[in-house]
Design a protein around this ligand. Structure first.
Ligand code: HEM
Ligand SMILES: *[C@@H]1O[C@H](CO)[C@@H](O)[C@H](O)[C@H]1NC(C)=O
Ligand SMILES: *[C@@H]1O[C@H](CO)[C@@H](O)[C@H](O)[C@H]1NC(C)=O
Ligand SMILES: *[C@@H]1O[C@H](CO)[C@@H](O)[C@H](O)[C@H]1NC(C)=O
Length: 663
């Protein structure tokens, strides 16, 4: 081939590219304009998987190489945290719209923080199915209810939703209470308390009363272990232990091996550790094939992490297989299992128990369906719940006045001295959810929802969104991705009342954590709670609480998504979290640790004013730390940042006494 042919070929290719890009822009911009929403023209399509992977490297490169006039209008959508940083409202305010279409030569995408659009997109599943194209990687252990769509999803939803009933929510509440007792025991044990069951944890070795923990710098670890132990119960019916606990005698010895704190024979990791490590290293496991993980030398960069990931996956898989085999054997031998929540057990039963007449439609359940669903429940239910609980505790530590209101409500629901093990789920759950406890959790879910966006797309044919106010019809082109930005709609002034009306800026006081918001009346808000006829897809569908509280407009509060594809575990998650807050704050308060500024001795000698001063410093620092949270699958604190806290006996708070609080 001579040089001229080569030049001609390259020329041809370049003109073809130019032509492609030109026509691509032309058609896509026309389609975007036809929607009637503002259009953001971007040279790079923001949802290309390759771009999503490389953008942390490429975006800074672009901004260094190009003059800002060339990138300033669209660059934000290329940054990994634009839905969160610095405020989720910022870019919508800039573009002066709640919904816009990003148009590039090779794709279109709609981003919205409009409650009505979000409500329609989430509730019209056939018109706006879940965009499952990016979910294939989550099928490591088998297809499941999160990764499928259409008829296949319906089947998965049907077989898994059976476990999510009120009876099991009650069982989960009791397990949540028990695990929170374990968590408290762990904190006091580390700090010299006896740590043998909740009632004795606050006696030290010399029998003296221990009134506070030492500074806890591992809060996110501890809440993670707490959530993992509960999900072990929810997903597999297991009793997982804290280091200071002993296996209760009534536990089936077959199950006991999964809860042990040392690996049983044939394994090199405990069940809890293998599950925790698989969840923690999920990205590595999804991207790197097992054969590579196994052979990758430990001494190389990341070698240890890769080996750990592989080891965890091997061990976890073996546990799952053993679990499945044991359950199957039990069923075939006609042994009844103990009552309680156990998603995997229930799936095995519906496959192997021939006495339970099933009608699951045309599909036969495979073992991989059981493994896939059991695994995805742990993934969906662990990090989310852990993170919301963690952030709620930090916010409470920053806001002592909110703790006192939480405690007032716990006292009135359960009494200050009752034993949490005796708390009655059925009698108290509604009151709990409607109380200040419900409000602090709601406010965390509003401000820092773990799931930032739930990717949907338009069906195979064009669909319409109807503007409720103007009646305008927006034509949404077939197959276009639609991204409801949960963080942004949950801070949209149009739908939420302000506690602090003086606050300016695109979000007003909605960038702040103020649980009192949930007790403002919905008057003046266009609260449209019209009950629509909806098909039941399993999971909890009732209202959480009483109608006198603030009721967000539909589509404006969607931390669990909404409609057919909404979170199956919503009720379970709320129940776990209220249980944790109630048990913790019945007897303890949480305080920001001030070790950075003063020693315990110095604090003891401080005047009230000095204490207040140092506490303010800690508040400021904690708030700054929170604003650095990043979304990596879910929102988290990165780079080893954390907020140090202490738990102290109620009435023994060091910094803010009741008399100083305006309640
Ligand atoms: C605070 C805790 C939680 C939050 C904020 C949360 C949030 C969500 C959201 C936003 C979705 C929709 C995802 C999407 O459309 O891409 C979802 C789906 C789901 N969640 Fe949760 N979740 C939580 C806890 C749980 C728990 C504890 C479980 C199980 C025990 C669970 C199981 C599921 C399942 C199975 C789905 C998929 C449902 C379907 O597609 O049909 N979640 N969750
Ligand atoms: C657990 O992982 C280790 C890797 O060090 C492996 O040798 C062992 O066989 C695994 N155990 C099981 C039960 O798979
Ligand atoms: C969120 O959960 C993940 C997984 O458990 C954990 O690694 C991360 O540190 C948590 N982040 C926060 C802020 O709780
Ligand atoms: C929390 O939010 C849910 C869902 O909107 C609502 O039903 C409940 O009343 C809220 N709880 C409180 C205490 O406001």
């Amino acid at each position: 081939m001579n040089i001229l042919t080569l030049v001609a070929l390259v020329g041809l290719f370049l003109s073809w590219m130019v032509y492609k890009i030109y026509t691509g822009f032309k058609t896509n911009i026309a389609k975007a304009r036809a929607t009637g929403y503002p259009v953001l023209i971007t040279p790079i399509y923001p949802l290309t998987p390759l771009w999503l992977t490389l953008r942390p490297l490429l975006t800074p490169l672009l901004t260094t190489l190009l003059p800002s006039s060339l990138y300033s209008p669209w660059i934000f959508i290329m940054t990994p945290e634009w839905e969160y940083h610095p405020s989720p409202r910022l870019h919508f305010a800039h573009l002066n719209t709640d919904t816009f279409i990003a148009a590039s030569w090779n794709g279109l995408a709609c981003f919205t923080s409009d409650a009505n659009v979000i409500h329609q997109v989430m509730s019209r599943r056939e018109a706006f199915p879940k965009d499952t194209r990016q979910y294939g990687i989550l099928e490591m252990f088998g297809a499941n209810v999160v990764t499928t769509e259409g008829a296949r999803w319906r089947w998965h939803r049907k077989v898994t939703s059976g476990s999510f009933n009120e009876r099991n929510a009650g069982h989960t509440f009791r397990e949540g209470v028990r695990q929170t007792g374990g968590l408290i025991g762990e904190w006091f044990r580390r700090d010299g308390g006896a740590g043998d069951g909740e009632r004795e944890v606050t006696k030290g070795e010399d029998g003296e009363e221990v009134t506070e923990t030492k500074t806890i710098t591992t809060l996110e670890h501890d809440t993670m272990r707490w959530a993992l132990n509960i999900i072990g119960y929810v997903g597999f019916g297991l009793k997982l232990l804290w280091p200071h606990e002993k296996m209760p005698r009534d536990v089936d010895p077959k199950l006991a091996k999964y809860g042990e704190l040392t690996p049983p024979e044939g394994y090199t990791m405990t069940f809890a550790d293998s599950l925790a490590t698989v969840l923690e290293r999920i990205i590595v496991l999804l991207l790197v094939p097992s054969a590579v993980l196994k052979r990758y030398p430990v001494s190389w960069k990341w070698g240890k992490k890769m080996r750990e990931a592989w080891e965890a996956k091997e061990n976890y898989t073996k546990y799952m297989k053993a679990f499945l085999a044991e359950k199957k054997e039990d069923i075939q031998a006609g042994r009844k299992e103990k009552e309680g929540m156990n998603i995997m057990g229930q799936l095995v039963r519906s496959k192997y128990d021939t006495s339970e007449k099933q009608d699951d439609g045309a599909w036969k359940m495979e073992d991989s369906d059981i493994m896939g669903n059991a695994f995805i429940m742990t993934l969906a239910g662990h990090e989310t719940t852990a993170n919301v609980t963690h952030f709620t505790l930090i916010e409470l530590a920053i806001h002592p006045e909110a703790q006192r209101l939480v405690q007032r409500d716990i006292d009135s629901i359960f009494g200050r001295d009752s034993d949490p093990e005796t708390w009655d789920y059925e009698k108290s759950i509604n009151a709990l959810l409607a109380s200040y406890i419900g409000a602090v959790i709601n406010e965390t879910l509003r401000l820092i929802p773990p799931v930032v966006t739930t990717p949907k797309r338009v069906a195979e044919t064009d669909q319409y969104i109807i503007d409720k106010e103007t009646g305008e019809r927006h034509q949404m082109p077939a197959m276009m991705p639609v991204m409801p930005i949960i963080t942004a709609v949950q801070r949209n002034k149009k739908y939420w009342p302000a506690v602090d009306k003086t606050k300016q800026g695109p979000a007003g006081d909605l960038d702040e954590w103020l649980p009192a918001r949930w007790f403002l009346s919905s008057q003046g808000q266009s609260s449209t709670e019209e009950k629509e006829e909806e098909e039941n897809f399993g999971g909890y569908t009732g209202a959480d609480t009483s109608p006198t509280l603030f009721r967000p407009v539909r589509g404006s509060f969607v931390p669990f998504s909404d409609g057919a594809r909404s979170c199956l575990g919503r009720r379970i998650a709320m129940v776990e979290m209220v249980a944790a807050i109630a048990v913790l704050f019945q007897r303890y308060s949480v305080e920001l640790a001030v070790d950075e500024w003063a020693s315990d001795e110095e604090v003891k000698r401080m005047s009230k004013e000095e204490k207040r001063e140092v506490f303010r410093k800690a508040q400021k620092k904690a708030e700054d730390t929170l604003t650095t949270a990043k979304s990596v699958l879910t929102l988290k604190l990165t780079g080893g940042r954390h907020v140090p806290v202490r738990f102290v006996k109620r009435g023994r708070e060091r910094f803010v006494g009741d008399e100083e609080l305006e309640l």
